[in-house]
Design a protein around this ligand. Structure first.
Ligand code: SAH
Length: 267
């Protein structure tokens, strides 16, 4: 069946069977996982995953009604599969599967919503075991970047404060119809709350977000300058932080200790 491609929904449908198989293998669903797929489209990932793991609780969120119709028809025999019309950016993921703790999120995401969606998902990180997303390669590179590298910035710190971020593999434009203008990559995110719960505890997420935004808004400046409105020279001493550093040299834990220090000071 032909489907009109909707640019406003960021539609690039996967059609390379080899790439689809690699993604399915990377996701490696386990019995009793609760899968939520964002933007299943016509089911390029959904159908092979349902064939391979027919026993999963599998919920798909899709914004395009025509795609929903077509995928509902194609999945009639899968009684554990549900598709809902939803805008993932406005979805309360905790309410979707209230009894499930083990949510595994997957999706070949529309690139225009990928960053706001990742930020939205921070609110539900305690319910999510992991996330496998196809994103624009350049965005994946920023998410996984380490301090000191050119691509390390606000997105790297915001993502890595909550999740371990791993780039799995790259996918060229030819794997999609229509092909996007950019390269893509698969990222796997797993919550820090499992691996490093205490170390990465952020007392006040709003202060943390402010500090990170401010530090990188002038990334060529030293943090003495860029964080002047937050930290005095004495504060830098107390934190044991060199004020001559630039934001791109600070680790995620440095940003957390700055923001936790400010939260305690404000109490
Ligand atoms: N996963 C499919 C489709 C990828 S294209 C494949 O790999 O072939 C991205 C999909 O996300 C489209 O189906 C698009 O309609 C859907 N989408 C776009 N914005 C969305 C949103 N805000 N919430 C949920 N789905 C969305």
């Amino acid at each position: 069946m032909s489907h009109p491609v909707r640019k406003r929904f960021g539609q690039h449908f996967l059609h390379d069977a080899h790439v689809i198989q690699r993604i399915a293998e990377a996701i490696d669903l386990k019995h009793n996982d609760h899968v939520i797929e964002i933007g299943p489209g016509l089911g390029a990932l959904t159908l092979p995953l349902l064939e391979r793991y027919p026993y999963q609780q599998y919920l798909a969120l899709e914004i395009d009604r025509d795609a929903i119709k077509s995928l509902s028809n194609a999945t009639q025999k899968h009684t554990d599969f549900f598709i809902q019309e939803a805008d993932a950016l406005r979805t309360d993921f905790a309410a979707l599967l209230p009894e499930a703790e083990n949510i595994r999120l997957i999706g070949n995401l529309p690139y225009n919503i990928s960053t706001p969606l990742i930020f939205h998902l921070i609110n539900f990180k305690h319910r999510i075991i992991d996330m496998h997303f196809m994103l624009q390669k350049e965005v994946v590179d920023r998410m996984v970047a380490m301090p000191g590298s050119k691509t390390y910035g606000r997105l790297s710190v915001m993502v890595q404060a909550h999740w371990n971020a791993e780039k799995l593999f790259e996918v060229g434009p030819g794997a999609f119809k229509p092909p996007p203008k950019v390269d893509s990559a698969i990222i796997c995110l797993t919550p820090k709350s499992i691996s490093h719960a205490n170390e990465y505890h952020i007392k006040d997420p709003a202060i943390f977000a402010d500090v990170v935004r401010q530090a990188f808004s002038q990334r060529r400046k030293t943090i003495r300058n860029s964080l002047k409105s937050f930290l005095s020279p004495e504060n830098f001493d107390q934190l044991g932080l060199d004020p001559q550093l630039r934001a791109e040299r600070l680790s995620v834990l440095d940003f957390i200790s700055i923001s936790n220090y400010l939260s305690s000071k404000n109490q």
